[in-house]
Write a protein that binds this ligand. Sequence first.
Ligand code: GLA
Length: 384
Amino acid sequence: MDATAGRGWVAILGLATLLAALPVATRAADHSIIETSFGRAEGREVELYTLTNRHGIEARIMTYGAAIVSLRTPDREGRLGNIVLGFDSLAPYLAGVPYFGAAVGRYANRIAGGHFILAGKSYELAHNDGPNSLHGGARGFDKRIWQAQVLPSSATAVALRLTYRSAAGEEGYPGELTAHVTYRLQDDDRLAIEYQATTSAPTPVNLANHAYFNLSGDPHLSILNHVLTIRASRFTPVDAHLIPTGELRSVDNTAFDFRAPHAIGSRIESQDEQLRLGHGYDHNWVLDKPLPGAMAVAAVLSDALSGRTLQIETTQPGLQFYSGNFLDGKPAGHGTVFDFRTGLCLETQHFPDSPNHPGFPSTLLRPGETYSERTVLAFGLQPR
Ligand code: GLA
């Protein structure tokens, strides 16, 4: 690079720094989607896509695990900050992180004993969570490279579609499953996550995103001061292995009643058998819905410090609220460490262990059918 070009780069960098410091509201950029390399895994390229909307909200998605790597939204001063836990390089993801931002499947959450029966035939899955199978087994969809396709931008959104073809028998599941996850970043400050899947043989399917939110924008701060609302009158109590007992229990007069907003930390240490079993909150709520499958608000999260709010809408019947109880300062050695309860997951999904609970909404997908679910993250600010 000659000296003139070098000065040009300095000018561009200077401009970029200036733009980053400007409040979002004063910017009026076009939306965009940009592809870069994020490194290599399994001898293949892993791409990183940066989706930006007209207000500067930015989602970075990688093809490894179809994962959200970062999600930058403005605080009440208009300063952008990252509201999900993640890393700036691929290496820590490959070394093993607890599903940060990933698309989890073929079956998100737990299947008791790593075992289910379908049409009289018994299927055995990996036991990667004590006696259970968790989030698709030893190498679920979060540890696979997805194929990315940038969709044509509309007037109001940019979109990225990721596809993964899971072979019949992979991780013990029957049927070849073709799964698509589309991230659509809209100019109305909503990130839609759309799931679609088809199969060659009957199989259980449960797809979910596993982002850990920390709305403060500072991953060193606890999430216990975040205030949460969950639109659910019932939850599924669990046994010692976090498997639902089958009961749909009323949240009335319990620490699980988030129908009115509550700080997450306000009741988390209370004497409650379910909180003890979950080491905090790690449960599925049965969402109140006008109709099964209807798109409805599931949860609202807010952080008074930054002023940020996050509303989650979904077609799914359940919401796993996990308060980051297993975050323990690991993975270490990659710069950032994530401590106990510095991120929380709001995983919209079907109920855990549904293949073994005929009374739960069915997760069975048959050939000729299309699995289709949608979750929307709406970013906002608290009124001043
Ligand atoms: C899920 C589970 C938790 C935990 C995390 C990953 O949300 O419900 O128990 O396993 O994934 O650490």
